[in-house]
Design a protein around this ligand. Structure first.
Ligand SMILES: [Zn+2]
Ligand SMILES: [Zn+2]
Length: 312
C-alpha cells in the first residue's frame, strides 16, 4: 500500500461521522455556512471540532508553506468540507514560483498574506499581478497598530494607497481583512487604536471602495470584522444591505471547540472582548440578527462560492 492509498483508507474510515454532523450543522444557522478564514490545524480532529462545534459546513484553510499533502489528507477525511489558500513569504525571490506551484496543486487563492511590507510595495505588487494571471483571489491582512510590543505592522499604508492598487490591478480579486481594513469603515480613523469603538463616521475608505471597485471584497473574520459590525448597529444594517454581494463570512477563530473553549484571538489584549467566545458564533449571530435570511445566506455561503467559482 503506498502513502496515497493509505491516506484514502484512513479517510474512508472517517467519512461517515463527518457527513452526518454536516447535515446537522446546516440547520443550526438556517443556512449552510462557509468559513473563508480558517487557519489549518495540525490534527484532522481539531479542524473538524471547530467546524462542527460552530455549526460550520465548509471552510477555507489558510496555510503557509508546503502543505498540499496535509490538506489532501484532511479533504479525504472530510469530503466536501475543505478548500485551501496558500501563502508564502513575499520577500523571498521564489515567492511567485512557490505560489504558482500551490495553485497547480489545488490551492484556490493566496492567503492569508500577512507580511511586514507596504501594501503598495514591490513585494506584494508582483503577487497581485500573479493572482490575476492565475485567476485566484488574494486575501490580505492590513494592520497599522501593534497588538503586542514590537509586533510590527502588516501590509501598511492601506488607507492612503490602496485605491491606487485597486485601480492598477483591475483583474485581481482582492479580499480585505484585519484591523486597518475594518477600522477604515469610519472616516475619522487615523491609526490610533487597533479596534476603534463608538459611532461610525460615514464615508470611510473601506465603505467607499467596496462600493466603487468591483475587484474588492471584504472578509468579516476576527475581532476586527466583528468589532466594525458591532460598534454602530444603525451603520451595520445599512452597510450589510449595500454591500451584501461583497461581504464574506470568516471566523479567524482559534478556539478549540466552536464554543469559545481555549483561546479565540491569540491572547491579543486589544481583543479581550472575545475571551471565552467563539468568533464564528459571535459573528454569525450578529449577521443573523442584522440581515434578512436571503442576505444572510449570501454572506455566509453564496458569495464565497461565486467568488471562488466553486459549486455551492
Ligand atoms: Zn489576519
Ligand atoms: Zn471558535
Amino acid at each position: 500500500m503506498n502513502r496515497r492509498q493509505f491516506l484514502e483508507t484512513v479517510a474512508a474510515a472517517a467519512v461517515l461521522p463527518g457527513a452526518v454532523r454536516q447535515g446537522a450543522a446546516a440547520n443550526e444557522w438556517g443556512s449552510p455556512v462557509f468559513d473563508l478564514h480558517f487557519h489549518l490545524r495540525q490534527q484532522t480532529a481539531s479542524n473538524l471540532a471547530h467546524l462542527d462545534g460552530a455549526g460550520v459546513t465548509k471552510a477555507n484553510l489558510l496555510t503557509r508553506g508546503p502543505v498540499a499533502e496535509q490538506v489532501q489528507a484532511l479533504q479525504s477525511a472530510a469530503p466536501g468540507r475543505f478548500i485551501w489558500f496558500n501563502s508564502y513569504d513575499v520577500t523571498k525571490p521564489d515567492a511567485e514560483q512557490v505560489l504558482t506551484q500551490a495553485v497547480k496543486a489545488g490551492a484556490q487563492g493566496f492567503g492569508e498574506m500577512k507580511f511586514h511590507v507596504a501594501a503598495d510595495g514591490p513585494e506584494l505588487r508582483r503577487i497581485y499581478a500573479l493572482a490575476a494571471d492565475l485567476r485566484v483571489p488574494i486575501l490580505i491582512h492590513f494592520q497599522e497598530v501593534d497588538h503586542f510590543p514590537n509586533e510590527g505592522t502588516w501590509a501598511t499604508g492601506y488607507a492612503k494607497t490602496f485605491a491606487s492598487i485597486l485601480k492598477a490591478y483591475p483583474k485581481t480579486t482582492f479580499i480585505g481583512h484585519a484591523d486597518a481594513f475594518w477600522a477604515n469603515v469610519s472616516a475619522d480613523y487615523r491609526n490610533e487604536a487597533a479596534y476603534p469603538v463608538g459611532p461610525i463616521v460615514r464615508g470611510g475608505v473601506t465603505d467607499t471602495w467596496l462600493g466603487e471597485y468591483s475587484n474588492l471584497f471584504a472578509d468579516i473574520a476576527a475581532n476586527s470584522g466583528n468589532n466594525a459590525l458591532s460598534r454602530d448597529p444603525a451603520f451595520t444594517s445599512d452597510f450589510v444591505q449595500r454591500h451584501q454581494s461583497k461581504l464574506i463570512f470568516g471566523s479567524d477563530c482559534g478556539c478549540n471547540d466552536g464554543h469559545g473553549g481555549g483561546t479565540s484571538q491569540g491572547n491579543n489584549p486589544a481583543a479581550a472582548r472575545m475571551v471565552g467566545k467563539c468568533v464564528a458564533r459571535e459573528t454569525l449571530t450578529l449577521l443573523k440578527r442584522t440581515a434578512t435570511p436571503e442576505v444572510f445566506q449570501k454572506i455566509v455561503w453564496g458569495n464565497a462560492h461565486k467568488l471562488l467559482r466553486i459549486p455551492a
